[in-house]
Write a protein that binds this ligand. Structure first.
Ligand code: CTP
Ligand code: ZN
Length: 203
């Protein structure tokens, strides 16, 4: 795992090959320099004195970009996707970067892995404003805005052990979405309330 951080922005890289990834900072880029991430865990503080204003994450050739994640929720997205770096994909995470739509957003890029429809549905639970971009040969081949429906089935289990959906019966878990952000689900059967942390515990 590699870490680059400055006062306002945080970027994390997960992956085994790091020699072909790098973060370019505006002022460094202008001067023709590039920050290279070394192989071992490293924290590089871009101090106030560095003059860096923006942090850019490189474009990827192939894979998935989860964009417009509410600021501070990128790590929850990785958790819900079960991505911990062990798969060997290069994963870059930018947190609290400037965004046109919202003041700050997080971005997750997973190289050489296209998200499956079921994974897109899970992301909607944690990041209802996210956009999933599938990148092929540097182009955005598909763009999906995630959407949380009024009720969800099958993705999350009810936390109430006495719920009929946990009784070994053929009853598919079902929740009504009472609130999207922050998440609040109500079990259709036992009215147990589930919030984001209850959902994340299951992934
Ligand atoms: N991206 C990338 N690598 C590429 C192409 C795009 O990492 N080869 C990233 C961009 O940096 C951006 C996201 O994928 O974070 C979506 O790209 P694009 O649709 O080109 O950007 P916008 O038009 O700004 O997207 P939106 O309208 O969804 O905000
Ligand atoms: Zn229940």
């Amino acid at each position: 795992m590699h870490l680059i951080r400055d006062v306002q922005n945080l970027a994390i890289l997960l992956g085994r090959k790091s020699d072909n990834v790098g973060f370019e900072c505006h002022d460094l880029f202008k001067s023709g320099k590039e920050l290279r991430v070394k192989d071992e865990l490293e924290v590089i503080e871009l101090s106030k004195g560095s003059g860096a204003k923006d942090l850019y994450v490189k474009k990827i050739r192939n894979g998935s970009v989860i964009d417009h994640i509410s600021a501070g929720h990128a790590l929850d997205v990785l958790k819900i996707l079960g991505i911990d770096g062990g798969e060997g994909h290069i994963v870059s995470v930018a947190m609290n970067v400037s965004s046109k739509a919202a003041s700050k957003k997080d971005i997750v890029k997973v190289e050489n892995r296209e998200l499956k429809p079921g994974e897109v549905d899970k992301i909607a639970l944690i990041a209802p404003s996210a956009t999933i971009n599938i990148i092929r040969d540097y182009e955005v081949a598909e763009k999906t805005r995630v959407k949380l429906p009024e009720s969800i089935r099958g993705i999350v289990r009810c936390a109430n052990p006495a719920c009929v959906s946990n009784a070994g019966e053929p009853v598919e878990p079902k929740f009504l979405v009472e609130r999207q952000d922050p998440l609040r689900l109500r079990c259709f059967y036992c009215v147990r309330i589930m919030e984001k942390q209850d959902v994340l515990k299951q992934f």
